[in-house]
Design a binder for this molecule. Structure first.
Ligand code: CA
Length: 233
């Protein structure tokens, strides 16, 4: 890699923050850190980071709000939330606000590094794939994460585009949630909460691209098999 990747660590607990920075520096990343919510948001919006590790409980402003505000101006910024508990609600909330992934605390260094690498790899692969995806009346610009059709402008997250692209590449068959987790998210195994994250992304996609999200014509459910993308229709 020609350039050192920059990671912002937003975490108020000193032991965890310094632990994260040590791991990142050891693995060759350049780091910056913030200890409060407002400081984290400011650095996130003004610095150029390849990845942001974002704690949820922070003084001044919580990680959800920071994530939401970053997404309002930059849909592309890779963000991993650090969750104190692996409670479904926390994870689901973070993913709904557009986090790319989450790491439960206490984290294993190996798991953390693998997830960081997976998110960074996807964000860089994504940058290289410039192409258009046609779904019936909707044309999607997969590089600029936007689409249009029928007079409607649609904004997508990077993860949504990755899901669509993978389904499009395999449009001849249904793709299971486990396969999506493995190929798109980079997870080695599928816990229940993780397969649910696939469903959350599919539901969000349907609201964006389907005329009637309850009767999808493009991202269809194949009972017992997964999801299949119908390109025209
Ligand atoms: Ca905290």
């Amino acid at each position: 890699m020609s350039r050192q990747l920059r990671v912002l660590v937003v975490e108020d607990e000193e032991a965890i923050r310094t632990g994260l920075i040590d791991v990142l520096v050891f693995h060759g990343y350049q780091t910056d850190s913030a200890t409060t919510g407002p400081e984290g948001l400011e650095k996130a919006l003004t610095g150029r980071f390849d990845l942001i590790l974002l704690d949820i409980m922070l003084p001044g402003m919580d990680g959800y709000e920071i994530c939401d505000r970053i997404r309002a101006v930059d849909r592309d910024q890779p963000i991993i939330m650090l969750t104190a508990k692996t409670s479904d609600e926390e994870i689901v909330q973070g993913l709904k606000l557009g986090a790319d992934d989450y790491v439960p605390k206490p984290f294993s260094v190996q798991q953390l590094v693998l997830r960081i690498e997976a998110v960074l790899r996807r964000s860089q692969v994504g940058r290289q794939q410039a192409r258009t995806l046609n779904l019936g009346k909707i044309e999607i610009d997969t590089e600029n994460l936007c689409g249009g059709g029928g007079g409607k402008e649609i904004a997508f997250t990077k993860r949504e585009i990755e899901v669509l692209t993978y389904l499009a590449e395999n449009a001849d068959r249904p793709v299971s949630r486990e396969e999506l987790l493995s190929k798109v998210w980079g997870y080695a195994r599928s816990l229940d909460i993780e397969t649910r994250t696939v469903d959350i992304h599919i539901a969000k996609l349907r609201r964006k691209i389907e005329v009637d999200p309850k009767q999808p014509a493009h991202v269809i459910t194949v009972r017992g098999a997964g999801y299949r993308l119908v390109l025209d229709g």
